[in-house]
Write a protein that binds this ligand. Structure first.
Ligand code: TYD
Length: 137
C-alpha cells in the first residue's frame, strides 16, 4: 500500500442493457470486478455541502459507483491529487489500497455505491492525514 499512487486508480465501463423501458447494469464478482466482493454498502441522504471519506485503507480495495446523481471523489497519494466526478451508474472508479480519499459535492438524492474486497474492519483505516503522509514516505 505504501507504493500505490493515484495513477493506479481508473474508471471502468460496466455493461449496460438498454431498452425503451430503461437500463440494466449487472456487476459480477471476478468478471467486471477482479476480486471477491465481500461487502456492498451505499451512502445516501448525504446533506448538501457535506463530505465523506477522509481516510485511507491498508488493505481494502473498492469500486465506487454513482448509483444515482453525482459526486466527486478526491484521490490523494501523498504526492499527487486528482478529482474524479462520478455521475453515471455504469461507470465505476477503482480505488486501490493505500490512497487517501474524500467524497464531496453530492447532488441531491445521490447514491454512492461501494463494492468492497473486505468486510468492515476499523483496524484497516488510517484516519489521520499526518499519519498517512508518514506511512507513504
Ligand atoms: P466511514 O467509513 O468512516 O464513512 P465515510 O468514509 O463514508 O465517511 O464509516 C462511518 C461509520 O460507519 C463508522 O463508524 C464505521 C461505520 N461503518 C460500518 O459499521 N460498516 C461499514 O461497512 C462502513 C463503510 C462503515
Amino acid at each position: 500500500m505504501r507504493d500505490s499512487t493515484i495513477h493506479d486508480c481508473n474508471l471502468i465501463l460496466l455493461p449496460k442493457i438498454n431498452s425503451a423501458a430503461g437500463n440494466i447494469t449487472s456487476i459480477n464478482e471476478n468478471i467486471e470486478i477482479p476480486f471477491d466482493i465481500q461487502r456492498v454498502y451505499y451512502l445516501y441522504d448525504v446533506p448538501s455541502g457535506e463530505s465523506r471519506g477522509g481516510h485511507a485503507h491498508y488493505e481494502l480495495e473498492q469500486y465506487i459507483i454513482a448509483g444515482s446523481g453525482s459526486f466527486d471523489v478526491i484521490l490523494d497519494d501523498g504526492k499527487n491529487k486528482k478529482t474524479v466526478t462520478l455521475n453515471r451508474p455504469n461507470i465505476a472508479l477503482h480505488i486501490v489500497p493505500g490512497l487517501w480519499r474524500e467524497l464531496d459535492n453530492f447532488s441531491s438524492g445521490s447514491i454512492c455505491m461501494v463494492l468492497a474486497s473486505l468486510e468492515y474492519n476499523e483496524n484497516d483505516y488510517i484516519r489521520n492525514y499526518e499519519a498517512y503522509l508518514k506511512i507513504k514516505k
